[in-house]
Write a protein that binds this ligand. Structure first.
Ligand code: B12
Length: 242
């Protein structure tokens, strides 16, 4: 039988080359071979989609290849997600916190958001998927209805990052950020911009930093969470470029 490393190598390849059925099958094979669901996403799938992005940047891949890689990643996540949810259920019913995530208007990139949400679910957070391409009014209404502890808005293009700041501004103006921490992320934005322009309370470079940040936030009583988030995400920034 193939080792987990070998299965991960094939799974990453299936994602890179957009082989949806193989990706789903190999994700299942990895789980059956005893791989932890979190590792399947982190080591078995994320490098594949990241490589597709690099090939696109280098002009070696074009949009169709990218779309196929995106679909293959989704097929793999669809296999792992129910297992993650079942594990989170087994490990205790108390939620580590409620986090809502979505992308802003004009942006349909959702692979990164889906990875974040899958990993947060695995860590016991209750995740609320706002989906993609959300108009400002829809974000405001969803927050009003769900009242999450944390809201993460993602942007993956320079053309859509401009929609993050107005969303936060509007939520603030409507008093909806009382008791809620706001975060921004995604490949178009960075730490400095999140703090200075979007006036977010935090930023995460990747799903793993986001998990650490969310845990830090939820370790504090509600009135201290914004300060805790800003300290965690922004305090060492003087020496950083991102
Ligand atoms: C895959 C992809 C697509 C797929 C998306 C499939 C899908 N369902 O998501 C498809 C083919 C549909 C697509 C379409 C387009 N794309 Co595109 N796409 C990419 C690509 C290659 C990879 C994105 C990705 O999934 N990365 C892998 C994930 C795992 O990484 P990630 O998104 O960064 O997420 C991690 C972190 O950022 C963080 N994170 C993510 N979200 C959040 C949220 C919060 C709150 C926090 C804290 C953290 C966080 O955690 C994640 C996991 O660790 C990028 C290139 C790149 N380098 O990113 C271009 C890229 C984003 N696309 C780009 C473009 C231009 C487009 C199109 C306009 C192309 C076209 N001509 O039509 C369209 C626009 C569609 C639209 N309206 O949104 C450009 C944007 C350039 C710009 N202006 O900034 C990029 C940068 C490519 C490039 N270099 O030109 N794309």
């Amino acid at each position: 039988m193939a080792s987990i490393e070998e299965i991960f190598e094939k799974l990453n390849d299936a994602i890179l080359w957009g082989e949806e059925e193989d990706a789903a099958e190999l994700a299942q094979t990895a789980l059956d071979a005893g791989a932890a669901p979190k590792a399947v996403i982190k080591d078995g799938m994320s490098p594949g989609v990241q490589e597709a992005g690099e090939k696109f940047n280098e002009g070696e891949f074009f949009l169709p290849e990218l779309m196929l890689a995106g679909e293959a990643m989704k097929a793999g996540i669809a296999i792992v997600m129910p297992v993650l949810l079942a594990l989170a259920d087994e490990e205790g019913s108390e939620s580590a916190g409620r986090i809502m995530m979505g992308t802003v208007e004009g942006d349909v990139h959702d692979i990164g958001k889906n990875i974040c949400m899958a990993m947060l679910t695995a860590e016991g957070f209750e995740t609320i998927d706002l989906g993609v391409d959300n108009e400002l009014d829809d974000i405001v209404e969803a927050v009003r209805k769900e009242k999450p502890d944390i809201l993460g808005l993602g942007s993956y293009m320079t053309t859509t990052m401009v929609n993050i700041a107005p969303a936060f501004e509007r939520l603030r103006a409507e008093g909806l950020t009382n008791g809620m921490v706001i975060l921004s992320g995604g490949v178009a934005v960075n730490r400095r911009w999140s703090k200075d322009v979007a006036q977010a309370n935090g930023y995460g470079d990747d799903a793993w930093e986001l998990i650490r940040l969310c845990k830090e936030i939820m370790a504090h009583p509600v009135e201290d969470r914004i300060e805790a988030a800003e300290k965690f995400a922004f305090s060492d920034m003087a020496f950083e470029h991102n």
